[in-house]
Design a protein around this ligand. Structure first.
Ligand SMILES: [Fe+2]
Ligand SMILES: [Fe+2]
Length: 287
């Protein structure tokens, strides 16, 4: 990743956005890999088990099946179509936008309450929430959720916002580890979608261009504006969230400075080195 943040997109009133997305190069988005941080402590294990349970629930809601990439011998209901992927993405992103906002809000309130500086965590957390909402808004350009989907998102947000807020007040360290594991799953999900697309299982996306707002947000260059590129950009964001949250989960929540506060683009490399992440090999990739 570039070590200097680039601001080239302006808002409609001509001012720079606070959270203009850094420009990813083609090599950077192609270099993203699934990875897993081993659960060492009981806190890690609590976070990992919680994510596994939630993953099961999300799979159920979005009709996701791990065998989706292989159509041979499978009934029509087990094939992941473009519509099923979009449904999964929308549900996933509607949930993913919650933790950063809750964590940023609670740290903001704590800073005010205790009349102390925050050590630079708030901006990174709120930027993550903004980025997740941009993922959601992008996918909403490709599908219109029906009433049942909207009801599920509503219920999930109510439960997740409440639960995550209480959990963050009790143990922010476990919550950042939880988000790290959640983002591991997000990277796996987008990797499988990209694999499906590359294998020709999603023909409607083969020649589809990314929505205009996505091209503007990620500053996608000419020749890299197809659906595959969009999924690669989103996956790179998820990998950054994964590495950042695992790194934040390693820190003293009250005393340590956020190492990503000044140079967000350096997150992936520096965070991956400090979190003990190991890239998944072979069958692990299919989880
Ligand atoms: Fe996302
Ligand atoms: Fe994410």
């Amino acid at each position: 990743m570039s070590t200097e943040r680039q601001h080239t997109t302006s808002t409609h009133i001509g001012q720079k956005s606070s959270w203009t997305h850094p420009i990813y190069t083609k090599d950077q988005i192609l270099a993203v890999r699934t990875a897993h941080r081993q659960a060492h402590t009981w806190q890690d294990k609590v976070a990992l088990v919680t994510v596994r349970v939630l993953r099961w629930g999300m799979d159920f809601v979005s009709g996701y099946r791990p065998q989706a990439t292989n159509r041979n011998g499978l009934s029509r209901g087990y094939v992941m179509t473009e519509q099923k992927w979009i449904t999964r993405f929308i549900f996933l992103e509607s949930v993913a936008g919650v933790p950063g906002m809750v964590a940023g809000m609670l740290r903001h309130l704590k800073s005010i309450r205790r009349m102390r500086r925050d050590n630079g965590w708030i901006e990174t957390l709120l930027e993550e929430a903004y980025n997740e909402r941009m993922h959601l808004l992008t996918f909403l350009k490709l599908a219109e959720p029906g009433p049942s989907m909207r009801f599920m998102v509503l219920g999930a947000q109510w439960v997740f916002f409440s639960g995550f807020s209480i959990a963050y007040l009790i143990s922010p360290q476990i919550c950042h580890r939880f988000v790290g594991y959640l983002e591991e799953e997000a990277v796996i999900t987008y990797s499988k979608a990209i694999q499906d697309l590359e294998n020709g299982h999603l023909p409607a996306w083969g020649s589809l261009e990314a929505p205009a707002m996505a091209i503007k947000y990620w500053q996608m260059p000419e020749g890299q504006r197809c659906m595959r590129s969009l999924l690669l950009y989103v996956r790179a964001d998820e990998a950054k969230h994964r590495d950042v949250n695992h790194a934040l989960g390693n820190l003293d929540q009250n005393m340590d400075r956020n190492p990503f506060a000044a140079r967000v683009q350096a997150q992936v490399q520096s965070a991956a080195r400090s979190t003990g992440l190991r890239q998944l090999q072979g069958e692990d990739n299919q989880k």
